[in-house]
Ligand binder design. Structure first.
Ligand code: PLP
Length: 382
């Protein structure tokens, strides 16, 4: 049965954002932005200090690590981290199995830093054994960069195994945990991860506006003068923040206060394990429901994470992504086009203020939209 359009709480007439971000946020997160804040004011500095402390806690990085907040989206954080921590006199091993690994490589190339890339198929995780072999064969590698959940497909890479071999080889381990931090297990101490990057509008469920980098303090201290960029220099941002409690340049005030509320809600849900449990249930409802109506997830249940699900585009000649998208939108759901280079696909994100019931409604809406489009052959397009 097709249910009527029903948007999220507090914004019932707008669709759910089932995307990799920005996401649907709670009314409390949105309400936090209704007040204006002075950037120099002690109240805002308190908010900034609280955020930094709580992020360290979530990363299991309370001692010996620092959290630097930086204006901009996640890509700014990735580029900043590479600028400060990818060595100039050695190579960085760049692991890639999707668009975000590729973007990081591009950022490194812009800086003229040396790297070797290890590429696997978009639907295949990298192997720790292969990383180990590459590190043995190339003793001039000084850092390893990898993505935890490659949001291109939703695949989860084996970060713990790779970090272990990288650490054994004495490399700095840099992790893009953009779409996984705050839900999936990340313990910087236990896993031997030196640098983690994420942003405000992913699993913590804030709104866009800043990125954050958590890094070993000794590495941060040693990174003075490393950055290729004034605005992205994490050492400068950190030392200014340490001295003044403030951002160097205009801070994203409303995003910060919204994020502080999002962090409270994150803690109330049971922190990362609580959030992961919700996302897993949401993802399972989605995958099971889509399978039931005949659509095929592109990754197996063991390879996909709970963050985003990729489905094969149906082969039927009547299927057109834009019509499908509009059909879902008018029923209350915004999905995302696929980003895979080889297989036609579409994506549905699980992050944000939503749960499994929303996915049940989405499955109904998908069925109704396909019927309206007269799409009957749901076998995957080539
Ligand atoms: C894994 C990963 N890395 C990097 C990025 C880039 O972040 P942004 O689009 O916020 O610049 C994203 C965005 O979704 C991502 O999922």
């Amino acid at each position: 049965m097709t249910r009527a359009f029903r948007g999220p709480e507090g914004q019932e007439s707008t669709p759910y954002l089932l995307t990799p971000g920005p996401l649907t946020t709670t009314p409390a997160v949105k309400e936090a932005m209704l007040r204006d804040w002075g950037s120099w004011d002690a109240d805002l500095r308190k908010v900034v200090a609280g955020i930094r402390e709580q992020l360290l806690d979530i990363a299991d990085a309370a001692n010996g690590f620092e959290c630097v907040l930086l204006q901009g989206s996640g890509s700014y954080g990735v580029e900043a981290a590479l600028g400060n921590f990818a060595p100039k006199d050695k190579k960085t091993l760049m692991l890639t199995n999707g668009a975000y690994g590729e973007r990081a490589i591009k950022a490194l190339a812009y800086m003229n830093r040396d790297f070797i890339s290890y590429e696997t198929d978009e639907l295949e995780a990298p192997s720790a054994d292969e990383v180990s072999a590459l590190l043995k064969a190339n003793p001039d590698i000084g850092a390893v960069f990898m993505v935890q959940c490659e949001t291109t497909s939703g695949i989860v890479n084996p970060i713990e195994d790779i970090a272990a071999v990288a650490q054994k080889a004495g490399c700095v381990v840099i992790l893009d945990a953009m779409s996984s931090f705050g839900a999936m297990d990340i313990s910087m101490k236990r896993m031997g991860i030196d640098v983690v990057i994420s942003s405000a509008n992913k699993c913590i469920e804030g709104v866009p506006g800043f990125t954050y980098v958590i890094a070993r303090r000794d590495l941060l201290e040693a990174s003075q003068g490393m950055s290729h960029s004034l605005a992205l220099d994490l050492y400068e941002q950190w030392s200014y923040m340490q001295k003044s409690g403030q951002f160097r340049f205009t801070p994203p005030t409303h995003t910060l206060v919204a994020f502080a509320v999002a962090l409270e809600q994150h803690a109330a849900e049971g922190g990362a394990p609580g959030r992961l449990a919700r996302y897993k249930k949401t993802a399972k409802t989605l995958r099971d429901g889509m399978r039931k109506i005949g659509l095929s997830p592109l990754l197996g249940d063991n390879e996909t994470g709970p963050i985003i699900q990729t489905f094969a585009t149906p082969r039927d000649k009547n299927f057109d992504f834009t019509t499908f998208y509009e059909g879902l939108k008018k029923r209350g759901f915004i999905i995302y086009p696929g980003k895979l280079t080889k297989k036609p696909s579409f994506r549905v994100g699980n992050m944000g203020a939503l749960n499994w019931e929303v996915m049940e409604m989405l499955v109904d809406a998908t069925q109704a939209t396909l019927k309206e489009m007269n799409v009957t052959d749901l076998t995957p397009a080539e």
